[in-house]
Design a protein around this ligand. Structure first.
Ligand code: NAP
Length: 260
């Protein structure tokens, strides 16, 4: 029996087959989950094309996390379709170009606020929109929410305001875990090492620490392999970590644990 047998899971953030969420969706299907994907704006048609590469082709909902209407419509759809939600993968991040690279002192609030809303506040927006569905998940250990993080406990080259947004996401995860634990909902992060996705390629200078990662990580690291990240997401979505919440699970080859 698969780890996610009988689980109904919404997977956001599948854009291409390089997306971390694509690997997570594939692993979730392999582990017996029923999934629906969500896609956004101009990327929606690409998400639909990418969905066809999965072993079972899932439906794709349109969901811009900054749109109250689309959040409500997605909740209505999932409510009619499943009546509950056992898992939610948040794999969403965006910062306007001038927030990245060398934007720390130059980016204005207009752009910074977009980065914070899409990359951090969106976790609360999703959880809020789907709360009754998540609460209705009685199966096994209750519902599990997992978000993808890039460790924001230190400052990175080039990551700039995206790093600040990730720090907010980390804090928000702890507050949501505290708030939602009594409702039987867990909230955790997977802090991934660098993987070559569309979002990663759009960060100027990202390749600098991409290339040094494998040397630093005790276990080594392959920037083209999202499988270890996907499996960690699946494990957190399963009942196997039913007493874990507010946690940041590093899947980075161990790089976070060494100083140089
Ligand atoms: P990706 O394939 O480019 O996925 C990012 C997704 O976020 C895209 O599907 C993107 O859609 C979506 N998105 C952006 N704005 C949105 C909005 N307003 N509403 C809904 N969706 C929106 O890149 P990825 O690297 O797999 O990123 C997934 C997550 O993993 C992100 O949170 C990222 O920060 C995190 N992460 C990535 C790495 C890495 O090295 N790749 C490492 C650690 C953590 P559009 O492209 O259509 O805008």
């Amino acid at each position: 029996m698969g780890l996610l047998e009988g689980k109904r899971i919404l997977v956001t953030g599948v854009l291409t087959d390089d997306s971390l969420a694509f690997a997570a969706a594939r692993s979730a299907l392999e582990q017996g989950a029923e999934i629906v994907l969500s896609g956004f704006g101009r990327g929606l048609s690409l998400t639909r094309r990418t969905a066809r590469k999965l072993p079972v082709v899932p439906d794709v909902l349109e969901l811009d996390v900054t749109s109250q209407e689309q959040l409500a419509a997605a909740a209505t759809d999932l409510s009619a379709r499943w009546g509950r939600l056992d898992g939610l993968l948040h794999a969403i991040g965006f910062a306007p170009p001038n927030c990245l690279g060398s934007g720390m002192l130059t980016a204005g609030w207009e752009d910074v606020s977009v980065a914070l809303e899409v990359s951090a506040y969106s976790l609360k927006a999703l959880v809020g929109a789907f709360l009754p569905l998540l609460e209705a998940s009685g199966a096994g250990g209750g519902a599990s929410v997992v978000a993808l993080d890039f460790d924001a406990t230190v400052a990175w080259p080039a990551y700039d305001w995206m790093g600040v947004a990730k720090a907010a996401l980390e804090s928000l995860t702890r507050y949501l875990a505290k708030e939602l634990g009594p409702k039987g909902i867990r909230v955790n992060l997977v802090a991934a090492g660098p993987v070559r996705t569309m979002a990663a390629k759009s960060i100027p200078g990202f390749s600098a620490f991409e290339s040094s990662w494998a040397g630093r990580a005790p276990l080594g690291w392959d920037v083209h392999d999202a499988t270890p990240v996907a499996r960690a997401c699946v494990t957190l979505l399963s009942d196997w970590l039913s007493m874990t919440t507010g946690e940041m699970l590093h899947v980075d080859g161990g790089a976070h644990a060494v100083g140089a």
